[in-house]
Design a protein around this ligand. Sequence first.
Ligand code: DCP
Ligand code: MG
Ligand code: MG
Length: 356
Amino acid sequence: MSERRIIHIDMDYFYAQVEMRDQPKLKGKPVIVGGKASGRGVVSTASYEARKYGVHSAMPMAQAHKLCPDGYYITPHFDKYKEASEKIMNIFRGYTEIVEPLSLDEAYLDITHLVRPDLPASRIAQYIREEIFQTTQLTASAGVSYNKFLAKLASGMNKPNNLTVINYHNAHDILMNLDIGEFRGVGSATKKKMNDNGIYTGQDLYNKSERELIHLFGKRGHGLYNKARGIDDSPVKSTRVRKSVGTERTFATDVNSDEEILHKIHELSDKTAERLARIQKSGKTVTVKIKTFKFETFSKQKSLRDPIRNETDIYNIAYSLYTDLKDPEVPIRLVGVTVGNLERSTYENMSIYDFI
Ligand code: DCP
Ligand code: MG
Ligand code: MG
């Protein structure tokens, strides 16, 4: 397999962080999200402050209360987590089509095609983390490497709110010092069997021959032998084809000035063009959405004969849609521009972003 660049992104203490964002008095406090202590509730997750008390995911709530009696206990708000999750997945898909979500809060991204000498994978990961924070006010950790196994390992190494790179220089040392339980696919049963056979670290695993590992673990032996060597050829499996690319912004205060709103629409058109260029797509529909100060949402769409992708074309259509849509009396809080009905770009409709 040729050289790849993979990012794994995972939100930090995800459910708890969402709750702490929405209730600022919880900042810096031990926060535990989970079911009720009565009955059989378990901990969904805990803030890093709560983890210091030994509280962790899947622990019975009653036990968490014993370990951390002064913690702040919150029952989950799944709609909020879902909303944040959709936002981050959308951000990922603005960078690459090859996104494989693993759960609400994490995904693998194959960004091989985006990397340039002046734009290393780590910088792209940093941009993504910044965009997540701007959009959701939540922090994420990212791991960057040349395969999925190492990218995921990296994202967990310096949590929370960090970026970690595993490259050909440091991979071997990191793997040799790794606890055997940290290898992907080694659950508690396998870990016990490993320990029973004298394997506690990556180094111990590395020292076993492939034959021995196949003898011990059957078909998985080959994969384990490779993992100890940092080899993992599994592809990032994107789960869906992207149908539209859009960006939206909420104003700090409700706005009624056409000038200000159109300025924003211009920025959003640029941003959308940039995203289309990154994934080399053009689209045949443009949609403008506005949300009023009363949280009512209106949108208007135009279908085109030929696909477009450049910022001027998008802006011109968005401009006319906006003027049809906007009631001069009603201030708005949010505006969005989306290009949909996507298809692969041809040379004629490329934008300036293709040439930088
Ligand atoms: N989750 C859950 N039950 C579990 C594990 C996780 O309900 N046994 C939920 C709550 C977590 C979310 O999934 O917030 C994401 O899981 P992670 O394993 O990514 O853990 P966190 O994001 O909470 O913490 P971190 O990634 O910082 O270690
Ligand atoms: Mg997480
Ligand atoms: Mg996760």
